[in-house]
Design a protein around this ligand. Structure first.
Ligand code: GNR
Ligand code: NI
Length: 181
């Protein structure tokens, strides 16, 4: 297992549609395990393969992250087969650090996917888990939560994001200096 680097906006891979996984091989399982480790390390409650630079329809989710209870879900080639209701949730994204905004989604979804074992399953999800599933499947289609906002909101958030990135860069440089590089 390995922690992989997370790809940041505006990397092109985050705008591309990922093709489905042909077969759940040992290689795919290894990738899944790296994604799980990377998600917990970040920490995040979800991670999609393109966020570590891999163009495949794979996502992992654990909305209990931080709490005792482990509730890990692995979705390979996920598809939403039912959606119902509305919910507004403040979303963030590991690929757009420092940016948070309310997004309107469906409150309840039923998702069909293959598990880590390659077996198909269906899962009914509500509230945060449903929100996260929609956020992650968006990633597999090259869509970011910013794409659900008005142009004005997006513009304001982009300004904030640029400042946040510049700050992260300054901090990284200061750390490198302290490390004697
Ligand atoms: O860690 C994450 N938190 C989050 C909060 C609200 C709605 C969606 C998310 S997903 C995000 C991790 C991430 O960027 N996944 O793609
Ligand atoms: Ni995200």
């Amino acid at each position: 297992m390995a922690i992989r680097d997370i790809v940041f906006y505006p990397n092109k891979i985050l705008e591309q549609k990922c093709p489905p996984v042909d077969e759940v091989t040992d290689e795919v399982r290894q990738l899944v395990d790296d994604m799980v480790e990377t998600m917990y390390d970040a920490p995040g409650i979800g991670l999609a393969a393109p966020q570590i630079g891999v163009k495949q329809r794979i996502t992992v989710i654990d909305t209990s992250a931080g709490e005792e209870e482990n509730n890990l879900h692995v979705f390979i080639n996920p598809e939403i087969v039912e959606r119902e209701g509305n919910i507004r949730w403040e979303e963030g994204c590991l690929s757009i650090p420092g940016v948070y905004e309310n997004v309107d989604r469906c409150r309840r979804v039923v998702v069909r996917a293959l598990g880590r074992d390659g077996e198909p399953f269906e899962l009914e999800a509500h509230d945060l888990l449903a929100v996260c599933i929609q956020h992650e499947i968006d990633h597999l289609d090259g869509v970011l939560f910013l794409d659900h906002l008005s142009r004005l909101k997006r513009k304001i958030l982009m300004k904030k994001y640029k400042k946040h990135l510049a700050k992260l860069k300054r901090e990284a440089e200061a750390n490198n200096r302290d490390a004697g590089e």
